[in-house]
Design a protein around this ligand. Structure first.
Ligand code: UT7
Length: 327
């Protein structure tokens, strides 16, 4: 069977760091409140002076992933870029990255929008293109410029998010066997529930207000759904693959709130030492958060070739999903 191997990853975080102490000067908040309620200490913010765009961050991350794999743009058949904060309404941010890395017109590039679940959705789409035999190498990117859609007067949201990008390269392994032993994406699981589209959203859009809008969230409601849905999808993934949480080497969760991650891990009896946690330094970077966490743990040597990874996310929509991957 064909399996999508993850052959490399690369990440980019903007230089500017905004700490909780900095936020105390902007809104009525405290470092103590933010750390206790979310686990976030600081986040990176894209440069306004340098007009640092989502496509720039995505390109830097993609180029790193290419360099690590010893490839260049001409080796890539498709780019699938997950973002909620594209450079423009159209064209897709992915085609700007295509142009920057020098990928030929033999392939294709497009964006995926599933907010904080965007990376898992993009991964699932890419995996299915590979399994269908249509492409051999895909760049899957999560990139976000969330600081531009925050209401910097709303303390309930502006303290939570950050900017950044990360990319993985998937490559077809045409000789893989069934089961969980071989490297690559073993299964993906996607869900959405439009009934709850108004508990996390932006209050603007092209066809409604002709503005970009700012993030609005009913935090407590989202929190409840996040713990419930992420625990469910993790169980679904374990059951589908006939494994238990003991088989998982690393949980690489969406990084929205340390308390959500802790509760999900606890529900699964997963020891906290098996959880990759980056929310403290990155904040919630939406579609970029899972690949950023993955890259960090790969680069610092925690995640090793052959480790079994469980990625899971929940975001606006509501959308949620998971991916079981042997690194
Ligand atoms: O990535 C997409 C998914 N997003 C999420 O998963 C986020 C899910 N939600 C959360 O993480 C949490 O609900 C929050 C971190 C957003 C909020 O934590 P909470 O424990 O649910 O707090 P709360 O909304 O119940 O607010 C408690 C109090 C309120 O004051 P009163 O009404 O008790 O007087 C808020 O006004 O905290 C107040 N508050 C703040 N105080 C200081 C809200 N934001 C702040 C703030 N600084 N930044």
């Amino acid at each position: 069977m064909i399996r999508s191997k993850m052959i490399s990853c690369g990440s980019y975080l903007p230089k500017k760091i905004l700490t909780n102490k900095d936020l105390e000067k902007i809104v009525d908040t405290t470092d103590e409140w933010i750390v206790t309620r979310t686990g976030i200490e600081e986040r990176h913010i894209a440069s306004v002076e340098d007009n640092e765009k989502t496509s720039d961050m995505a390109y830097y991350a993609a180029q790193k992933a290419l360099d690590k794999a010893g490839l260049d743009g001409s080796d890539i058949d498709a780019i699938i870029l997950a973002t909620t904060t594209p450079d423009q309404t159209f064209p897709a941010t992915a085609v700007t990255v295509q142009h920057k890395i020098g990928m030929s017109a033999n392939g294709f590039a497009f964006d995926v929008q599933a907010v904080c679940s965007g990376f898992i959705y993009a991964l699932a789409v890419a995996d299915n293109f590979i399994k269908a035999g249509q492409v051999k190498r895909v760049l899957v990117i999560g990139a976000e410029h969330f600081s531009n859609i925050l209401d910097w007067e709303d303390r309930t949201t502006c303290v939570l998010f950050g900017d950044g990008a990360a990319a993985v390269i998937l490559e077809a392994d045409e000789d893989a066997s069934e089961g969980i032993q071989d490297q690559g994406i073993i299964s993906t699981h996607l869900h959405s529930e439009g009934e709850y589209r108004d508990i996390l959203y932006v209050d603007g859009g092209v066809s409604s207000t002709q503005t970009t809008g700012k993030v609005r969230m009913n935090g407590q409601e989202v929190f409840k759904h996040a713990v419930k849905r992420m625990s469910e999808v993790v169980r679904e993934t374990l059951e589908k693959n006939n494994i238990t949480s003991d088989d998982i080497d690393w949980l690489v969760p969406h990084q929205a709130n340390k308390r959500i991650i802790d509760r999900t891990a606890k529900k699964l009896n997963l020891d906290s030492s098996k959880v990759v946690l980056t929310v403290g330094k990155h904040g919630n970077t939406s579609a970029a958060s899972i690949p950023l966490a993955l890259c960090e743990a790969v680069e610092d040597g925690r995640i090793k070739r052959g480790d079994l990874l469980l990625m899971e996310s929940m975001g606006g929509g509501l959308t949620w999903g998971s991916a079981l991957v042997r690194w």
